[in-house]
Write a protein that binds this ligand. Structure first.
Ligand SMILES: Cc1cc2nc3c(=O)[nH]c(=O)nc-3n(C[C@H](O)[C@H](O)[C@H](O)COP(=O)(O)OP(=O)(O)OC[C@H]3O[C@@H](n4cnc5c(N)ncnc54)[C@H](O)[C@@H]3O)c2cc1C
Length: 388
């Protein structure tokens, strides 16, 4: 959607195909990071965007055993917004698509599911799929696979995927937020568990990390045992756990960390999760997808207006974005394997890991995780002018 917006704004004719009828998916990441907010600022959309209902997270707090500390403090970032905005992804997408609709070249087709690519020799020249109106085929000088971590586009293009592995899966659930609850977003590490609570105004969005592959065993013990497990971790009474009536109220995210060795072929490019599924650590997946879109628009808008995108230009997009992707995944895999994996595999109360001991000793170090999470590696800036 972001790439569709940016290209249409730059005078390129663009069609966004979305297989669902709306963007109302259940929770799949609601974090809009300072660098994405900076992009909104550069596009002149920030003030209108922040009028949408959201919560602002200015610092991240962690609790390891009984010890609580601020892990990241966003107040020193060199950005206009020094906070993460929590907003449902569908509000973000609806906002972008409504703004993109102001450009004559923007077309959004809902309920249009891509099932295959159209090839002419080695070159991808379009996509085909089906919608309620029947099958469709769209020809285009460039097809962009931004279809997420189960991308059909990357699979049909035969692009090779490197799987980096993950030692955990995550259960997601909502619990109501009461006016007298603490406001802060909290990550809690205790014997065998990692639990995160995001304050979403009327409710807490909660994530419970579990050892990979253990979901069926946990479900097998029943929802009452699960409620007991979560009751130990929340900073309020167990009555509220009754809101988890059945497993329908608890969703499983199978964590995947992967990336394509090559993000492109002639006539085709993958970005976002389709090019690199991120671990939920740091909640940076949306931000990286948006950054890819900005980089792709910067490099490709002018050539697309002229109708010619060379392999070198597609390679340039990967070269620009591969380093931030690899660097971020490296940090995520380190935290996954060296910190979360160990906590999940242990029956002992964890002690503060050394990186957090350092942060406790030197609070200004809170700026480093804040920078990594809030802005990331090699932030992108909108360089393509609007074409009216
Ligand atoms: C439970 C969960 C929690 C997460 N939490 C966070 C978080 O807190 N913060 C964060 O930054 N990230 C989070 N993520 C990751 C984040 O959702 C992704 O990194 C981000 O959405 C990637 O954006 P994308 O545009 O590349 O792909 P997606 O957001 O997956 O978008 C792909 C789109 O393509 C559509 N589509 C798929 N296949 C087709 C097809 N064949 N034809 C047409 N349309 C198709 C899909 O319906 C979807 O709308 C979370 C993910 C999950 C699953």
């Amino acid at each position: 959607m972001m790439l569709g917006f940016l290209l249409a704004r730059a005078g390129v004719d663009v069609t966004v195909l979305e297989k669902h009828r709306d963007f109302l998916r259940d929770f799949r990441g609601d974090t809009i990071h300072p660098s994405t907010l900076e992009v909104m600022y550069e596009l002149g959309l920030l003030d209108d965007f922040l009028r949408l209902r959201h919560q602002e997270v200015r610092r991240l707090t962690g609790q390891v055993g009984d010890e609580r500390l601020t892990v990241a403090d966003f107040s020193h970032l060199p950005t206009h917004c020094r906070f993460i905005a929590l907003m449902p992804q569908w509000d973000f997408l609806n906002f972008l698509s409504s703004r993109a609709a102001h450009y004559a070249g923007f077309h959004l087709r809902m309920q249009a599911e891509v099932t295959d690519l159209v090839q002419d020799g080695e070159r991808i020249v379009g996509a085909r799929g089906h919608s309620p109106d029947g099958v469709f085929e769209i020809r285009s000088p460039l097809v962009v696979g931004a279809d997420g971590r189960h991308s059909v586009v990357r699979e049909r293009a035969g692009l090779a995927v490197e799987d980096l592995g993950a030692p955990m899966d995550v259960f997601w659930m909502r619990l109501s937020h009461h006016p007298d609850d603490a406001a802060e977003t909290l990550g809690r590490f205790d014997a065998g568990v990692v639990f995160v609570m995001l304050n979403r105004g009327d409710y807490w969005q909660c994530a419970l990390a579990i050892p990979k592959g253990s979901a069926d065993e946990i479900r097998g013990r029943g929802i009452a045992a699960f409620r007991d497990m979560v009751a130990r971790l929340v900073p309020f009474g167990r009555d509220r756990l009754q809101e988890l009536r059945s497993w329908d109220d608890v969703k499983l995210l199978t964590v995947t960390v992967d990336r394509l060795s090559q993000w492109y072929r002639q006539g085709l490019l993958c970005i976002g999760d389709a090019a690199h599924a991120m671990s939920p650590i740091g909640g940076v997946g949306i931000n990286l997808a948006v950054q890819d879109a900005v980089a792709a628009a910067n490099i490709l808008a002018a050539p697309l207006r002229e109708g010619a995108v060379t392999l070198e230009l597609l390679r340039a997009v990967q070269q620009r974005r591969a380093f931030p992707t690899r660097a971020t995944q490296r940090v995520q895999v380190f935290v996954q394997n060296r910190i979360l994996g160990r906590v999940l595999g242990s029956t002992q109360r964890p002690s503060l890991p050394w990186p957090l001991k350092l942060v406790r000793a030197c609070p200004w170090l809170q700026r480093i995780p804040a920078r990594l999470v809030g802005v990331g590696v090699r932030p992108e800036h909108v360089r393509v002018p609007e074409v009216k």
